[in-house]
Design a binder for this molecule. Sequence first.
Ligand code: IVH
Length: 698
Amino acid sequence: MPSDKKPPSRKAGAVRRSAATRTDSAALAPHIDRDIDGLNAAELAEAIRFHNWRYFIDDDPVIPDAVYDRLVRRLQLVDAGAPILAQVGAAADVDEDQGAAGDKVDHTALMLSLDKCYDAAGLTQWEKGLGGTLVASPKVDGLACSIRYDARGRFLVAATRGDGRRGENISQNARRIPSIPTSIDVDRLGSAAAIEVRGEVYLPLSAFARVADRFSNPRNTAAGAMKSKESPGIPLEDLAFFAYDLLGCDVSTEQEKARLLADIGFTPVETEPCTVDAAQAVCDRIAAARGSFDYELDGVVFKIDDVATQVRLGATAHHPRWAIAYKFQGDSDVSAVEEVEWSLSRTGTITPVAIVEPVQLSGASVTRATLHNLSNFLRLGLHRGDLLRLTRRGGVIPHVEANHGGGDDAFAAPAICPSCGGAAVAVDGTPRKVDGRTETTTVLRCAAPDDCPAVQRGRLTHFTRALEMDGFGEKVVDALLEHHLVRDPADLFHLRPADLLPLPRMGPALAEKLVAEIQRQRRVESEVFVRALGVDGLGHHAASLLTARWSVGDLRSRTVEEIAELHSLGDLSARSIVEGLADQASLIDRLLAEIELVAPADDAPTDASPRLHGEVVVFTGTLTRMSRRDAQQLVSRHGARSGGSITAETTVLVVGGDELESARPSTKLTKARKLEETTGRPRIASEAEFFDALGLEG
Ligand code: IVH
């Protein structure tokens, strides 16, 4: 690309398709078959440069627009400041015809609601005379969204449901959701018409857990983020999309629809065929499994599978006659509040928790519900004995919806920290706009977190976990603190084996081993280092984005605005990161005096479909093929987490050396064997079995 000539924007609209895009382009295009998400910033920039050249200079593009767009968007995500992005006219630029956020969008066909029932009788009533195959899918509790693509598969506009006729333009935010493709391969649809995909935008519960102190529930968080114009409050990349409808394509069944949606890059909502007779049983099964989903669901949607029958049945002004939402029972009930507990987090925030009389909700007994923060506690105005309306959002997280009163003795926020007895102070969060109003959330904090034992313990445990320090379980951390051997993570580096000997059950060999483990932490990847600080908002996602862009030194002098500008980090997270890093300045200085920050050990791309996805792997004994640190990094590149000790979460224990035959097995092996006997896991494998079976090489 000649540097004196800025290329025209390579927008999908400007692209002429060459024969190569239709034939076997994989042979010509090095990046079609590779996992784009596995490429690092330099590789992405190189690929974009190459394809720009093929397109502009050679006039012979070798990859489809959709793949090119994915390369550009991926680079925007991993290195928003990459110079090549300034040249490409940003494939993700908003198309001129897209309209602005908040503009009204007319729906092509009414976006209807669903008829509801609450019990078997209601379901039977609906089914009467219907017959045929049904499909069942979870009723996802999120925000309905329609996305239109033109006849060439280019994203046109995304909109909310609104009043069913007209919705609100949410294109800019929708484009940032990883499970919403910004272009689709229309060749797979076998039709040349514009299409529309409808579905539900939702916030996975695992992502909601990271912001639960700031937001009341996943649905509102997702809806607020999607409708926001400036600060979504959460990374929009955390949101996800389940597709449940496809308009503009000839399909004969719902099952075929789901397959086509998957073919063009969507995640279809899970769709299970069932007969009318089995519908109640399917509903019961989904309700029972509710706690295992990573999203909130508040019922099961049943639809007639056959599209011709759907057309014949038609719709009322409110809902189609061929579908019904069977809402779960027991989602909500009232119970009296007995106590408000104030619990201290790792970062020094004191969170109120309502203790209520046991109440059955969605099949489980609930006795505790978080009240999130001081503002929410004050808003509810709680008295002992007040009747609270409780729900289990998504069947999982107990939530106080409302206070119906009836109690007498008012609860007050504590003036002191429940852990150290020092002062507790109310701290205002960043004001944010909610539905046009400015809202500020106030939280209660321990005024002297550095001296507070619970915060010290939380920080140290978080640090040793983030660094996956072998042997540093909660017992060791507690003992170190109780014996005043350390106050914070930096103190670890001054420990000598002799210092540890007074600890309970400590012998010279274990003391040597623990100190050696600490010494191994003198070289740490920047991403792991910043994550280990335990700053709110600095989890995996933010840490990897920030350290890909800045060195730790540079990061510390960035402003809230600079961090918030970085793709996908909102103002709230940015402020929390800047404040957290400033609060911990002296700890960071002392840690950096001990630790050398290093680049990731190996940039090898993660496997496209990680073989160890979902596994939690623990190593014990001396590995012969590679160091334990390398083994941990290897399994994490293959999608597993590695743990330092055996817990109920552990799925595999890998045993090095000849320990499996040893008469004196390690504590980890003994514990794993006991657990395996009762729960069937973890699996226990020798080092050779493990690496050979998985075909993993050092
Ligand atoms: S099918 C005519 N399937 O629930 C609408 N909807 O309360 C056909 N929803 O507006 C929709 N999960 O936004 C369908 N598996 C699912 C769904 C689902 C959630 C939403 C949808 C609908 C709302 C009605």
